[in-house]
Design a protein around this ligand. Structure first.
Ligand SMILES: NC(=O)C1=CN([C@@H]2O[C@H](COP(=O)(O)OP(=O)(O)OC[C@H]3O[C@@H](n4cnc5c(N)ncnc54)[C@H](OP(=O)(O)O)[C@@H]3O)[C@@H](O)[C@H]2O)C=CC1
Ligand SMILES: O=C1OC[C@@H](O)[C@H](O)[C@H]1O
Length: 436
């Protein structure tokens, strides 16, 4: 098991097999010499026949050249698609510019700074037009078979009742993110909710298949005062927890902590509060009871199943993950409980099950980013693909859910300030006018 995991790390993130490139491969340009581009695009592109990383644009030419050299990038002006891994506050502007230039866009999450920008971007006439460039918010985890298997176990009508509660959590050790990181900058639309929080809310929306429209409670922790000046005052959330309710009455909870510490067992919390700690990343769904057809019950009896499904490590499942399914069975007669038992299974899903519609050429070592790139290319090439996608309406609703959470946290004015800047608004309105 350990060797298999090491191999998946090596092939997926360090040294994938080099593919021979097709003549009509998509030529990507990178916007920003970012830390995430190597694992998210440059490495998966190495083993993709139809992707070439052709150029990198950075604020400083020598930095772009050094980055291109380090990652062995060609310099080619004929770009078909761009990968935008800039600070969050620049996503809207640069996605708009790229779409205007008719480039396909792989846009890092969160797609924009807020719902206002997301509505303007994803409803833009150039994005809605027939033959518009492909625009995808990079929720990479959704493209991996582990996530899709998790989804099918939750939404399997044969045994699964309605989702009653969803939970998602992600932690990073305190100290992992440097002091001057973009995540701690209010002016760059940083914050825990914008970063890890955007995944956890996205997971909730996927599990619930409904919007977490009501925010019940939010707690957040700001950056330490030593850091708050550069972060933009006490306006940046280092961690956030929130609970939600949907229209149908289902509930959800999230934990997003970019600097986790304390909570060590057996030791007083005053000793450990500054010691980095970690919680496992996981997503959980608790489903309502479902009556099932069953050979285990007599004619006058009813057989119910209540399911709970947990996916451990949804964010990097190609390294390791586990899906725990716990089904609680009950047999009733005339409303009286006769018998109850539990059935548990642990599943893994590193590639699509054979015979599955989605069982294309994926390898066990494909990272979430590789799976995402595969679908992005399919979309550009007009192929059916696996059917997994993140559409514009989804990305808008996602940003609106983040907005609601910040508003409930009492950070409404902060969110409003993150609105579309004047110069970007000019770019936006001129491109809308040109498209109409
Ligand atoms: N999908 C995933 O797993 C991950 C996604 N992300 C997302 O990717 C984006 C980038 O994150 P990350 O790679 O960690 O960030 P980095 O700080 O490593 O990269 C951001 C890049 O943006 C450019 N940039 C332009 N303007 C500014 C500015 N004012 N301040 C700082 N940088 C600027 C810089 O490139 P240059 O100087 O070359 O112009 C910089 O390298 C974020 O939106 C983040 O949410 C991040 C990590 C993981
Ligand atoms: O998207 C992300 O995934 C990995 C994290 O380390 C990072 O903070 C986040 O931006």
């Amino acid at each position: 098991m350990v060797f298999a995991a090491l191999y998946r790390i090596y092939a997926g993130f360090i040294n994938p097999p080099q593919a021979r490139k097709e003549d009509d491969a998509i030529r990507f340009g990178l916007l920003g010499a970012s830390n995430i581009a190597p694992p998210a695009l440059i490495t998966p592109a190495r083993s993709h026949r139809e992707v070439i990383i052709a150029a990198v644009a950075a604020r400083d030419r020598s930095r772009a050249e050094a980055y291109a050299k380090k990652h062995d990038l060609l310099n080619d002006p004929s770009i078909d698609a761009v990968y935008i891994a800039l600070p969050n506050s620049l996503h809207f502007e640069w996605a708009l510019r790229a779409i205007k230039a008719r480039k396909h866009v792989l846009l890092e999450k969160p797609s924009c700074s807020n719902g206002e920008e997301a509505r303007a971007l994803f409803n833009h006439p150039l994005v809605k037009a027939p033959n518009a460039p492909v625009l995808l918010e990079a929720f990479h985890y959704r493209f991996h078979p582990a996530w899709q298997t998790f989804m099918s176990l939750i939404h399997d009508d044969a045994v699964a009742g309605p989702v009653k509660h969803a939970h998602a959590q992600q932690y990073l050790f305190k100290g992992v993110i440097p002091f001057d990181d973009i995540r701690w900058r209010y002016d760059l639309a940083g914050g825990a909710m914008m970063d890890f929080g955007t995944y956890t809310v996205n997971c909730l929306r996927q599990i619930l298949r409904e919007e977490p429209s009501q925010v019940i409670e939010v707690h957040w922790r700001g950056v330490p005062s030593s850091q708050s000046d550069q972060a933009g005052g006490q306006q940046i959330d280092q961690a956030m927890t929130a609970t939600y309710k949907t229209e149908s009455g289902a509930t959800g909870s999230i934990i997003a902590d970019l600097a986790a510490s304390g909570g060590w067992p057996l030791l007083p919390s005053s000793w450990t509060k500054n010691i980095p700690s970690i919680g496992w990343p996981k997503c959980e769904a608790e489903l309502g009871e479902k009556e099932v057809e069953s050979p285990k019950s007599a004619d006058d009896e009813k057989h119910f199943v209540k399911r709970k499904v947990t996916l451990w490590n949804h964010l990097a499942p190609s390294v390791y993950h586990r899906i725990d399914v716990e089904d609680t069975h009950t047999i009733h007669r005339d409303g009286t409980l006769l018998k109850t038992w539990k059935e548990s299974q642990n599943l893994k899903s590193y590639s699509w099950p054979s015979g599955d519609k989605q069982a294309y050429a994926g390898e066990d070592w494909w990272s979430t980013y590789h799976c995402q790139l595969h679908e992005f290319v399919n979309k550009i090439k007009g192929r059916e693909g696996s059917g997994v996608w993140v559409d514009g309406d989804d990305s808008i609703k996602q940003m609106e859910a983040i907005d609601r959470t910040y508003e409930k946290a009492g950070m409404k004015t902060i969110r409003a300030k993150r609105g579309i800047s004047e110069s970007t608004y000019d770019l936006y309105s001129s491109s809308v006018n040109a498209a109409n």
